[in-house]
Design a protein around this ligand. Sequence first.
Ligand code: NAD
Length: 456
Amino acid sequence: MDIQAIVERQKLFAIEGRAKDIIFRKQQLIKLKTLLQENEPMLFKAIYEDFKKSEFETYLTELGMLYHEIDLAIKNVAKWAKPKVVRTELISQPGKSYILPEPFGTTLIIGAWNYPYQLTLSPMVAAMAAGNTCIIKPSELPLNTSAVMAKIINQNFDPAYLYAIEGGVDVTQELLSYRFDKIFFTGSTTVGKIVAKAAAEHLTPVTLELGGKSPCFVFADANLKMSAQRIIWGKFLNAGQTCIAPDYLLVEASIYQSFLEELKSQINKIVGINPLESESYVRIINQNHVHRLQKLLDPEKLFVGGEVIEAENFISPTILKDVTFTDEIMKEEIFGPILPVLPFTDLQPVLHELKMRPRPLSLYIFGKDSTVQKQILHEVSFGGGCINDVLMHITNSQLPFGGVGNSGMGNYHGEAGFKSFSHFKSILKKPFWFEPPIKYAPYNKLKLRIVRALFG
Ligand code: NAD
């Protein structure tokens, strides 16, 4: 269907207020969940064809989180959408003040490829809960998942309300040329800038969910075995193609060697001795990314892995040791199954280095010393993270998820998602029974004193 025609139909639907009704919002959310559940076999098949991703991993990292977001929205949408009464200052008395959430109107969601369902449909759930119409543009790289989402949405929803448009850069650019009331983008920092510039043309608010190099500290007082277990799981899940994966490890020098051994043994336990044969180990999205990652495999620093099978889009779980901040691999987000490990002795220079770098999406700390934890949290700016775990903060819908600086702006999940797709209209309601004469001329010293006191 013609893109411009869809955008216009969605604008009309939004202007008529048809997506606003709370009952309608709930019905559509229930319908979405039912459709996803009914089509689970097709969703599992598509993602397996794109990534060789197992049903378990697809449920854990995509559908489970999505269902949870839908359930939360259905349960809370009436509460979230309610006007919220706030205090009225003396200067405006008598009066009543309240905040009225309203949908932005027509929204555009541009998804990334690495968790194609969750990263495209979870913002859509937030847009629906907030009462918007929505066009989604799934990433074009995983062809099968993009097609399956478009099929489910376009065959079952009114296109004037929800519509999926498949396509690459040209399609995204055309979409970005239209006036939307809100754009939600997940992807790279480079494309995030293109999206922000296009949105600025129409003064459209944007949420940018971007990436970056997320550091992970391991201190000597951490439980080394459990830390290695959690880090290896989080790094090699989805073959490292996770925006919040620990990008690199900063390991205290006194435990450096023993921790390297621990990491190695956990790879064997978690991913298995032969990841190529493993049904649980995901492939790299395409050959371009295989080549990009291959260039980062410095043979002199190779500690574990490094095996590349181009024809299979396979890169084995890899650890590089004795890496320094000036190495090539420390320049860009890795976004693949390569884990560089950097030893450190003094924390302060490391913190200084982190503060000089672009702000990461996540940061992780393994250790027991809460003074050190507080120091890092206080000094380093980043999107969000965990102490003694990786990735799992994303599973808590009570925690707004998003980046800062180069890793993004705005956030979502749970009520934060609803807020991200809502405008908060501020209203002061005055009665007719009294009008203080104070604000009217002629002004005099007494009135000034009274005004001073009222603001005070
Ligand atoms: P990407 O920026 O290449 O693509 C994202 C979307 O932008 C796709 O839909 C694509 O079609 C579109 N696009 C690409 N080039 C474009 C252009 N020139 N003009 C207009 N649109 C364009 O990102 P990606 O490769 O899909 O995802 C990887 C990146 O996304 C990583 O940096 C990762 O950290 C980040 N990411 C962030 C989050 C998050 O929640 N913060 C989640 C997943 C991925």
